[in-house]
Design a protein around this ligand. Structure first.
Ligand SMILES: NC(=O)c1ccc[n+]([C@@H]2O[C@H](COP(=O)([O-])OP(=O)(O)OC[C@H]3O[C@@H](n4cnc5c(N)ncnc54)[C@H](OP(=O)(O)O)[C@@H]3O)[C@@H](O)[C@H]2O)c1
Length: 275
């Protein structure tokens, strides 16, 4: 049986992916949960998953964590600006360990997205392809939780502010993306693969209408110019650089249509367009 490693396994997507592997019949002892913070992985250790500590910033810890591993799910780092350097450390360690395939949680339409986050994902994919290990790029769309976590604020403010115009986004839950990742990890496929992943597309006005209908509280979407949105974010407490960054995230475009569209073939909860 192959040995599977999942990095970021103390986080949402990584933990769900490990749980999915177990649910799909992989013996827990054949799963390596690579975590920076061991105390957050006690639940995984309790079911027999091998928990190994490693930090993307410390190559020696990664070599030890990936010893005897066949396939790796590399969950992207959360430290924006440092992604390529950190991921390169993981890829180098995986290569040295003889890993046969790396799956990487990239970004939807990473090739042509104008998102300020896309460059680091594109560059990581380039490093992966140059490493000579088979690569599966899991290009995840936004998390549904990005839009459900602020629900309380939407309801108390009575509005959703944004700058995405009529751009549509294809969100799916973290659990759905993790399910797709686990399925891809278990696939015996050759060569490099790219999957564009997302759920059914919606725009913020539709979101506001849905919240209003379900809650009975009127919530309205206000579309602002990017600089207005950045100012509003600053007024709500973000520093200027973060506010501009978030506004730029909202206005990014991808593909040849105006929004975050995609996502053709359904494989259950997540829709998948394979290339
Ligand atoms: N598609 C989207 O909408 C969206 C939104 C937000 C983020 N993301 C990306 O998706 C990734 C996974 O999402 P998530 O919800 O699972 O994030 P999460 O819950 O924050 O988990 C991130 C994981 O990465 C680990 N990590 C961070 N820096 C590390 C380092 N230097 N060395 C080793 N491990 C490190 C964290 O370890 P600790 O537990 O020790 O902190 C944690 O396990 C994020 O990291 C980010 O790149 C996507």
């Amino acid at each position: 049986m192959p040995v599977y490693a999942v990095t970021g396994a103390s986080g949402h997507v990584g933990r769900y992916a490990v749980q999915q592997l177990v649910a799909r019949g992989v013996p827990a002892s054949d799963i390596v949960a690579v975590v920076r913070t061991r105390s957050k992985a006690a639940g995984l250790a309790a079911v027999g998953v091998q928990v190994r500590g490693a930090d993307y910033l410390r190559p020696e810890t990664l070599s030890a964590a990936l010893a005897s591993v066949d396939r790796v799910l590399l969950v992207s780092s959360s430290q924006v600006g440092q992604l390529v350097a950190q991921h390169t450390n993981v890829i180098t360690a995986a290569k040295a360990a003889g890993v046969s395939r790396i799956l990487y949680t990239s970004m939807l339409n990473a090739n042509d997205s104008t998102s300020p986050l896309a460059g680091e994902h594109r560059d990581t994919e380039r490093v992966l392809r140059a490493a000579g290990i088979a690569v599966t790029a899991l290009r995840n769309g936004y998390y549904t939780e990005v839009y459900t976590d602020p629900l309380g604020r939407y309801l108390s403010d009575g509005e959703i502010l944004g700058a995405s115009g009529d751009g549509r986004l294809s969100a799916a839950t973290r659990q759905d993306y993790a399910t797709a990742a686990a399925a891809a990890l278990l696939q015996d496929e050759g060569g490099n693969r790219t999957y564009e992943l997302g759920g059914p597309a919606f725009d913020p006005s539709e979101l506001a209408r849905l919240i209003s209908d379900v809650s009975g509280t009127k919530v309205t979407h206000h579309d602002l110019r990017p600089e207005q949105y950045a100012r509003a974010l600053q007024q709500s407490g973000l520093d200027e650089a973060t506010a501009r960054f978030v506004a730029a995230l909202d206005t990014h475009r991808t593909g040849d249509d105006c929004g975050w569209r995609g996502y053709i073939r359904s494989t259950g909860a997540v829709t998948v367009k394979g290339k």
